[in-house]
Design a protein around this ligand. Structure first.
Ligand code: NAP
Length: 327
């Protein structure tokens, strides 16, 4: 077993994790960052978080012409590497935060020790939870237009949801689809005005208000329609389509922290107001602890805050002689 007590271990490689690594690296804490992986459409995607499935990021300062999600992640990773981050292509699948040092079990079965941990595991897409959605997963059902949109060239596709993700997915899908219909359970969008306006003006996008998806209909091999139920009068209708993209929000990746950290009722990590979790030495940043802003820039900002908080604690541990010289 590796006896080293790392000064800071970061879990997650999206903007929160990479920014934490840049700051921790510049503070000479020699951060170890577990890049992880996440599930979407039933497939294991590369690390980097949700930005890896984001086509165009137009609102990250410093990129006046926009930047693709994967490029932004790669630039952050390079920057973190420049300051000595040890990026590991592995996951953490168990933790023991009951005392000092904090302990983490890697996907390859090794336990490692850390003085501080920064959790930046992000969030994943939510699903409707109906049986037919599972049956047609990757055969017309998806939660990632960037990943799967190109499969549905010249077909009618449906997008479920009324937030910014639904607007973004629908707009992106117009590149391929013959027509896009957004189905939303209410009569107004939750999305920001600029994105909703873009959708409403788009000649290829239609909106069906006040309906929920009852069932994904298929021929056994692929999706052929969605069965909709009116949320006002309960009327059932069927809309032919070749694919259904879910854009109904996200769920934080906190499964392995249950019992070790205090979580909020919605599953997000509970913070003290800054980045400190309920376990001493454990900090959290980005979408795993933020259900409100959920932006790449706010995640990056929290990553910076968590690294500064971790650095202060490492300093205190060093002053108290709690960390060995090799740390
Ligand atoms: P969201 O804002 O939580 O919206 C989820 C949408 O799905 C809502 O319209 C909700 O309906 C609907 N919904 C939820 N559960 C449903 C169900 N079971 N059946 C049918 N509909 C359901 O999530 P989001 O769109 O993923 O956005 C999350 C955050 O990321 C937001 O802060 C957003 O601004 C941000 N974001 C930003 C960008 C960008 O700026 N480029 C892009 C994507 C996301 P109700 O409205 O009725 O609740």
């Amino acid at each position: 077993m590796d006896q080293t007590v790392h000064k800071v271990v970061i879990i997650g490689s999206g903007p929160a994790g990479q920014t934490a690594a840049i700051y921790a690296g510049r503070a000479l804490l020699q951060p170890v960052l577990f890049e992880g992986g996440f599930l979407t459409s039933g497939d294991l995607m590369t690390s980097g978080g949700q930005l890896m499935i984001t086509s165009e990021v137009e609102n990250f300062p410093g990129f006046p012409q926009g930047v693709t999600g994967p490029e932004l992640v790669e630039r952050c990773r390079e920057q973190a590497k420049r300051f000595g981050t040890d990026h590991r292509e592995d996951v953490i699948d168990e933790v023991d935060f009951s005392g000092f040092p904090l302990r983490l079990k890697t996907g390859s079965g090794e336990w490692i020790a850390a003085a501080t941990v920064i959790i930046a595991t992000g969030a994943n897409a939510k699903w409707l939870g109906i049986e037919s959605e599972q049956r047609y997963m990757n055969r017309g059902v998806s939660a990632c237009a960037t990943c799967d949109g190109a499969f549905y060239k010249d077909v009618h596709v449906v997008v479920v949801g009324g937030g910014d993700s639904a607007m973004e997915e629908a707009t992106f899908l117009t590149r391929y689809a013959s027509e896009v219909t957004i189905v939303h359970r209410r009569d107004s969008f939750r999305a920001s005005k600029i994105m909703a306006d873009r959708v409403m003006k788009h000649p290829k996008i239609k909106v069906q208000w006040n309906v929920g998806v009852e069932e994904i209909v298929g021929d056994g091999k692929k999706v052929t329609a969605v069965r909709l139920k009116s949320t006002t009068d309960g009327a059932i209708s069927e809309m032919p389509c070749g694919a259904v993209f879910m854009a109904i929000g996200h769920q934080p990746n906190t499964q392995i922290f249950g019992g070790q950290l205090e979580l909020r009722p919605d599953g997000y990590i509970k913070l003290d107001g800054f980045t400190q979790t309920s376990a001493p030495g454990v900090f959290a940043a980005g979408d795993v602890a933020d259900s409100r802003y959920r932006q790449a820039i706010s995640a990056a900002g929290m990553g910076c805050m968590a690294a500064i908080d971790a650095e202060k604690l490492v300093e205190a541990y060093e002053a108290a002689g709690k960390l060995g010289a090799h740390g």
